[in-house]
Design a protein around this ligand. Sequence first.
Ligand code: F3S
Length: 771
Amino acid sequence: QKFSSIIPESLRSRTPPYAKLLANLAKVKQLTNNAPLTLAEKILYSHLCDPEESITSPNLADLRGAKYLKLNPDRVAMQDASAQMALLQFMTTGLPQTSVPASIHCDHLIVGKDGEAKDLPSSIENNKEVFDFLESCGKKYGIQFWGPGSGIIHQIVLENFSAPGLMMLGTDSHTPNAGGLGAIAIGVGGADAVDALTATPWELKAPKILGVHLTGKLNGWSAPKDVITKLAGMLTVRGGTGYIVEYFGEGVKNLSCTGMATICNMGAEIGATTSTFPYQEAHKRYLNATGRAPVAQAADIALNQYGFLKADPEAQYDKVIELNLSELEPHVNGPYTPDLSTPISKYAETSLKENWPQKICVGLIGSCTNSSYQDMSRVVDLVTQAAKVGLKPRIPFFVTPGSEQIRATLERDGIIKIFKDNGAKVLANACGPCIGQWDREDVPKATNEINSIFTSYNRNFRARNDGNRNTMNFLTSPEIVTAMIYSGNAQFNPMTDSIKLDNGELFKFQPPTGEELPSKGFEHGRDEFYPELEPTANADVEVKVSPISDRLQLLAPFKPWNGKELKTNVLLKVEGKCTTDHISAAGVWLKYKGHLENISYNTLIGAQNKETGEVNRAYDIDGKGYDIPELMIKWKNEGKPWTVIAEHNYGEGSAREHAALSPRFLGGEIILVKSFARIHETNLKKQGMLPLTFANEADYDKVTAGDVLETVGLIDLVAKDGNNGGFLDVKVTKPSGESFIIKTKHTMSKDQINFFKAGSAINYIGSIRRA
Ligand code: F3S
């Protein structure tokens, strides 16, 4: 049966191009002598621009972790904060429309405080210029525009676009959420998104594959969230770096599609390229429930050809982790890092030992990670149990629905009313408190007092939620967050403990129960929150950027490489964790995402100076101290290029490309670290910077701020197109005049060398397109 006869016109752009993918997969099978493939490999390799160019050996082990793949993603999704820079970069290519379907989602810029009725109009007013810019880009280039209040990017993608075998890029680090529906979805910066938007082959180093073998069945209090909070504890924030996490085994059959999405979503927290699940009955149920029965029919056919959409039985994983869902206990992860994992049975004891606050101040549920019908129906079961005995939440309780569709469904089924009747504040369908857009009132902003919050979100770096570095965010399932709000005390374990009621009786929660999908189907919700589904490009639309705007600024191209070795001064040596939140803070800075000059004033303000222990402090050669971006601007104006030195997993956490754009804009040329987070390293290359790692980690101790670093052999390396990675010597000259050579490593591919030579990836793409 032909795919084209199954898929109606209305679903064409939302169905993976199965016929093309299967033809590509057939070629791959030929090139590899029918070698068994993992699911992730099948999806990735079926998206190769030219399988013959990428697969040069039938032994796939030669490819993984070593060679670069050139891929053709099917779709791009962009959130409002990162879409600005992605689209400003797309504009510089001069192309009239995008080459693949794309969508824009206005979610990050919406404040969470009083609920949709108040928060949405004020957020729209405060961000009008940006939303207008994004909407006009949507109209001009034929991109779906999901306006403010429509929902969170990943929830909307799951409800509308994700599908088994799809490959998509998203300008947000939790894009892997779509893997819950069997897609390969990867978080990238705007410059990578522009590759896909312009049909430029998108490069990815062939990932290794980490198999997670699931057995058993979740029961009682355990939830899909616990799969990933447990794994994060086992693997750490770096454990998934360079890997795609692929789940398999009997246990998968017992998970819901939205539960799988939660697990994939937080795969970002272990640094994985992405995560995915094989095609299941649960996927079919979800596709049917979200109006995409023909996509499921097409997936059924695709599944039967070369076993596309599942791994071959003898597929080889680079590593396998065993997890028995039947034995899984709820976990609480934090504070300040998502891999500090404590089983709920040990939380009370650990919290005392670690001196974590015993009072829990606030509980927040929802977000892109956990606002499915299953999550909310299980949570409302707990709220109902408590209401029946007259128990009310003891601390503030916030609910963030992930989309208008889920909100409307919860409203129709009386769930929103139960939340509100029991003291919960239901916020707009947007990111809100998950990304610093939380106008928090219960704790003063400028306080040194540590406070503790429980959330069902995915990320808990310092200051992420409320801008307060002293807020400890503990990540857990929505069920555990909800139970905890009825106690407000870290010593409470809802699985075993009771709460004393006003009448003196003891109340103990029964394990939550809920429904996988709404029995009455999903509710569409308010029409004004839905975009034109098949927008066409219109060249007559004018995209306005005011020259005096402080929110948006047209981009000027970065200068091309001058053909010489790089000579830079070390401006800062960073100590410890340096995430993209440290390099390019969010919160109030989100406002300037579309204005490179203004947002650059936040560069590395969260970084700790190794030599002085100070945060946001760097010293000029003469010993005078400056805020870090201030010194960068000074050196830029003096024509003095610089380097930053740092430790492991530099740029961990997100696809935030400003963490690469701003240092480049302020005159940075080299970032030299013990190791990089994958997305950030790619982002640096895309902006024409040279990311290097110490070949010998101990050399980190030999280099200090004020040293001069000169590359030795860069010209040769460029001439050889990067050699697909290797070593580069760097000469270190101390202020005393003493000098020595250290060995560094780079991972530049031929195309990335071209970006470096041109000054940035966009310069390079633009030059090719214009030629
Ligand atoms: Fe938004 Fe937080 Fe998810 S910022 S996209 S709700 S991770």
